[in-house]
Write a protein that binds this ligand. Structure first.
Ligand code: SF4
Length: 414
C-alpha cells in the first residue's frame, strides 16, 4: 500500500465513495473568504460535479479516507470479504488534495467518509483530524461533510460536529430485520442512539448561541442520513414510515435514498438486479410531499399500490389525487393554500403566485396556465371563473391521460 501514489489512491477512494448519495451541501452557515482572510466559501458556483457511470451526480472532492474495513456489510463494495483494490489516505493527504482542488475551483468542499480500520474510534479520530487541520491550520471556510461512525465514542463524534458543516450517520436499511441480515456488524439501536446524541448536541449548540454570541457552532447544516432502497424486501410504505420517524425523532435535515447498485463481487444474499432508478426518484418526491406540501406520512402511504410501493409511472402526488378524487376540483380563487398544494402539477412557487395574484383579480384558466409547466395535468383538479372540469375529474381513464409517456418520465418535476 505504501507504494501507491496519491493519484492511485484517489482513483480507488473516489470510486469507492460514489455509492454514497448524501452529498448535498444545502442549508449550511454562510462563510466566505471575502476580506482576504481564510480560504474557501460555502457560497457561489464554480463547483465541479461528475456523473458516475450509473447516472448519479457526484461532487468532487467526495472520497473515502480508506476503503479497508473490518465490517462485512453485504451490500458494500468495501466490506472486508470483498475482493477489491484497497487504499488508505493519511489525514494530511486528504487535506492537501482538498486544498489543491479548492484552489483550482474544482470543488466546493469535502465530503469525507471511511471504511472502519483498526477500530471505530481510531477511524473517527482520523476523520476529525482531517477537518481539524483544514479548519485550524488552513482556516478553510469551505463546506465539510463528515460521515460519522455510530460505534465511535460520542465525544469524538461531537468533535466532528465542531469542525464540519454537516454530519451524517447512515441508517443503511429501512427495517431492523434488513439491517441484521445485511449488515450483521451493525446495530439499529446503536445507529439511532448516535443520531439521538447528535440531535442533542445540535439543540444544545443552538441554545448556547442564543445566549452567547461566540458559543461554538455545531454542524450548522445539521445531520442527515441515507437509506439503501431495493437491497431488501422493504416496501416504499416501510421506507416512507421510517423516513418520517427519523425526521421527527432526530431533527434530520435530509434523508437520502440510494437505489441499491449491484456491486462487483456481490454477496449471494443480494438481489441480482438493481431497482429502477425512478423508484428512488418517487421516494424523493414523497419526501418533498411530507416536507413542503403538508402531507402526513400516512397520506403518502395511501398513494402506494397494493404491494406497498409507489407507482412508477406517475408521481405520488398525482397518485394520491387520483385515489381521492372527491377532494377535487378545488377553486383556485377560493381554496386554501393547503388545498392548492394538493393539486397535481402545482408546485410551491406556483401556489404562492396564485395566492398573491388572486388578491388583485379573479383568476382564469389562462392565468393558471402561465404559472405551470403543464396545464393538462392541472386542469382536471381545479376550477376557475371560466373553467369547470365537469366529468373530467371522474373519468376512469384519467390516469392514462395524465401519465407521462414512458420515454418522458418527468424526472425533475415536483
Ligand atoms: S462499515 Fe461501511 S465501509 Fe464497512 S462494510 Fe459496512 S458499509 Fe461498507
Amino acid at each position: 500500500m505504501s507504494s501507491q501514489s496519491v493519484l492511485q489512491k484517489l482513483e480507488i477512494l473516489a470510486d469507492a465513495a460514489k455509492y454514497d448519495a448524501s452529498c448535498a451541501s444545502s442549508g449550511t452557515a454562510k462563510r466566505n473568504s471575502m476580506g482576504g482572510k481564510g480560504i474557501g466559501s460555502t457560497e457561489g458556483m464554480g463547483i465541479c460535479h461528475a456523473y458516475a457511470p450509473d447516472g448519479r451526480c457526484i461532487s468532487l472532492l467526495k472520497i473515502l479516507l480508506t476503503n479497508h474495513c473490518v465490517f462485512d456489510c453485504h451490500y458494500c463494495v468495501n466490506r472486508k470479504s470483498s475482493n477489491v483494490a484497497r487504499a488508505r489516505f493519511t489525514p494530511q493527504e486528504v487535506v492537501d488534495l482538498t486544498l489543491a482542488f479548492y484552489r483550482r475551483n474544482y470543488i466546493e468542499g469535502l465530503f469525507l467518509s471511511s471504511g472502519i480500520v483498526k477500530s471505530s474510534n481510531h477511524t473517527m479520530e482520523q476523520l476529525v483530524e482531517v477537518a481539524r487541520i483544514l479548519r485550524e491550520e488552513h482556516d478553510f471556510r469551505g463546506y465539510i461533510h463528515l460521515k460519522t461512525i455510530p460505534e465511535a465514542d460520542p465525544e469524538i463524534v461531537h468533535q466532528a460536529g465542531l469542525y464540519a458543516d454537516r454530519v451524517s450517520i447512515n441508517v443503511e436499511l429501512p427495517t431492523d430485520s434488513g439491517l441484521t441480515r445485511l449488515a450483521p456488524d451493525k446495530s439499529a439501536a446503536q445507529i439511532e442512539g448516535a443520531m439521538g446524541k447528535v440531535k442533542a448536541d445540535l439543540v444544545e449548540a443552538k441554545d448556547a448561541r442564543k445566549r452567547f454570541r461566540h458559543a461554538p457552532r455545531f454542524a450548522p447544516a445539521g445531520q442527515s442520513t441515507q437509506m439503501i432502497v431495493g437491497a431488501d424486501a422493504a416496501t416504499d410504505s416501510d421506507i416512507v414510515g421510517k423516513a418520517s420517524r427519523l425526521y421527527d425523532s432526530f431533527k434530520l435535515r435530509r434523508v437520502y435514498y440510494s437505489a441499491f447498485s449491484p456491486i462487483p463481487d456481490a454477496s449471494a444474499v443480494l438481489p441480482l438486479k438493481r431497482p429502477p432508478l425512478i423508484r428512488e426518484h418517487r421516494l424523493y418526491q414523497s419526501d418533498w410531499l411530507m416536507r413542503f406540501y403538508g402531507y402526513k406520512p400516512s397520506e403518502v402511504m395511501q398513494a402506494t399500490e397494493a404491494d406497498g410501493n409507489l407507482p412508477l409511472d406517475i408521481d405520488p402526488k398525482l397518485a394520491w389525487a387520483l385515489k381521492f378524487r372527491e377532494q377535487f376540483p378545488v377553486d383556485v380563487n377560493r381554496a386554501s393554500k393547503e388545498q392548492l398544494l394538493r393539486v397535481p402539477g402545482l408546485g410551491v412557487k406556483a401556489v404562492g403566485k396564485i395566492l398573491a395574484s388572486r388578491r388583485h383579480r379573479t383568476l382564469r384558466l389562462d392565468d393558471v396556465a402561465r404559472l405551470t409547466l403543464s396545464i393538462t395535468k392541472v386542469r382536471p383538479f381545479i376550477c376557475t371563473v371560466d373553467w369547470w372540469p365537469v366529468l373530467l375529474t371522474d373519468r376512469a381513464d384519467l390516469r392514462s391521460l395524465l401519465a407521462p409517456k414512458t420515454e418522458q418520465l418527468e424526472l425533475f418535476v415536483a
